[in-house]
Ligand binder design. Sequence first.
Ligand code: BGC
Length: 737
Amino acid sequence: MKLIDKVILAGLLAVSATTVTAVTPVYLNDDAPIEERVSDALARMTDEEKVALLHAYGKFASSGVPRLGIPQLMMSDGPHGVRAEINWNDWKYAGWTCDSVTAFPALTALAATWNPELSALYGKSVGEEARYRGKDVLLGPGVNIYRTPLNGRNFEYMGEDPCLASVMVVPYIQELQKNGVAACVKHFALNNQEQWRGEIDVKVSDRALYEIYLPAFKAAVERGGAWSIMGAYNKYDGEHACHNHRLLVDILRGEWGFDGAVITDWGGAHDTDQAALNGLDIEMGSYTNGLTSESKFGYEDYFLADPYLKKLRDGSLPDSTLNAKAANVLRLIFRTSMNRHKPFGSLASPEHYAAAKAIGDEAIVLLKNNGVLPLDTTRNLNILVVGENATRNLNEGGGSSDLKVKDMFTPLASLSARFGNVKYAQGYISGRPRYGKEDLIPQSTLDSLRAEAVALAREADVVIYIGGLNKNGFQDCESTDRREYNLPWGQDRLITELAEANPNIIVANISGNAYAMPWIDSVPAVLQSWYLGTMTGESMADVITGKVNPSGHLPFSFPMKLDDLRAHAAGELSYPGVADAEGKNPRQEYIDDIFVGYRSLEKDSIKPLMPFGHGLSYTTFEFGRPSLSSSTLREGQTVTLALPISNTGRQAGAEVVQVYVADNHSSVPRPVKELKAFSKVYLEPGQTKIVHIDIDPSMLAYFDESTHSWKIEPGRFDLLIGSSSADVRASLPLEYR
Ligand code: BGC
């Protein structure tokens, strides 16, 4: 027994039974204000107990205060479902038989729905699963901005636009947390690529930081009320993000008033002084190389464990840092593990499958259709399905978001259920999902799979191609970036030859990233699907057969080629960064500044392969003439945009009305236009609705570095209303005075 424990024990034994009263201590009283509970608990705790709150004591757990009956925090990845149990003290899966879950669509898919109500349903459903599995903190959602299509982790984030990501992240958090499960919004901040993620030092202008990279985190904190935030692995301005003074102290707590706990990414802490002074609260995953290897270090060796206690004792670090951190963690505990009002949750329920299906249905994006889609199930078509993703379990791999699913509807199974006897050819092979590694596929293997598929394509009425990327290393997978923009494993050649053999080909790719489409002109229809989880096949089959009318819109642009984006055109320093002669200390500069995604393409007048916001339907929509409640806007006011929109086709469907703001008279460079609001509208055939969208002055502002504040220059702005960034249907001038 440690000396301190002996002292406590002796004190307790000295208390006579008659002095023990039945009064509930304030910290245990749910009805007491949370800050009173925090102060009460703190006053009862020793320094050792406070320090114990601040670091892991298992791979996914941090300690409570056992003596006071304050429970530990149980954490889990996130963000697309609750990860299978991992051993307490190593990284192997524990092999439980009761931890199979619903896999929900990846966050890119959620963003592609452009439907905040589905984000609420997502948060509610995944929160119920987390609750049932006994988790207090779900490690997600992720809102890093899509800066390059090579980022291996884009599939876990919500696209390239700060407005879209901000609107979509808030309901997820709010509904998740109603279950007494904290969101841990990640990865704060600037973790926009996986290459060198642990050490790369990112340099970015304040303007790009505030306009592009921070808004979704800010919305998560201020509007979503997130109870925890995960620091990123990378550095920003020379300091690791997990203990970065500017990000965590100045911005997160200072500017946004965050009162939750900052948790490191696993292995993201590097220094006791910085961890103590720069706003970190809970250190996880240190000394394990982040993910794989164990070492001789124990949890007490963590930067925020014994080394911290030592410095507190010798006075080289102030006690105030300890109390502030312990208070932040206690607050998180009271909200989650010690919340007596939380529900019990549910797992892999029909309701959760239905939620996953509803999200998947609205996420799939119809990119091109010359009329071949939807396919008629009554026509007795001779259908050939080609592509590995038609049969693959795409919840496996990808890194920490890997999920063990209770059920999985593959596209081939779901299509077979609808069409009867469907033929299948694999077409290509990719190897196993392996973190940071890839299998080398011999060209001869690819050649013979291709030849087999092409021969079968000649005999089919329709070919449905289901390929894309997967969650193997160097694809859509954590820890590595993609090596190329084109589809891997010879798919471009395969699709081209299939289209030559049978022009009646539908390409329905699954990925979390954009890719080149050199075959686009020779295929009549292209669907973009995502990692849709358990119900992948069901959503895809329903869209292909027209039971579901597609209504997804792209949450990021597909450039024709990488160099069309300023992030790439600006050279190595911009992406992936440059290292020193020994290959160490990589650094990078976001030379593209605020010109990310469509902001970059439009500024340079480069036509994208598929524009941001694009998505077709099986029906047609007509935008009427928009009007504004006032043509002038002043500080503190809002004006309302009204737009009549009609379904002019024969099928019920949904359109996304997108409102972009253009400032053509600015004294600083501005994007050609920027998304500032949107609304998804459901319309029966022949139905017309009037969409109302409020426009407030913040939508006109840019971040002025010289005054460190948002600035609106009086004068004329234009509101551009459209169905994608490249399909603007109407515009209205708006005067700001
Ligand atoms: C990832 C995090 C994840 C954590 C725990 C890290 O490597 O970057 O997103 O939550 O591991 O698995």
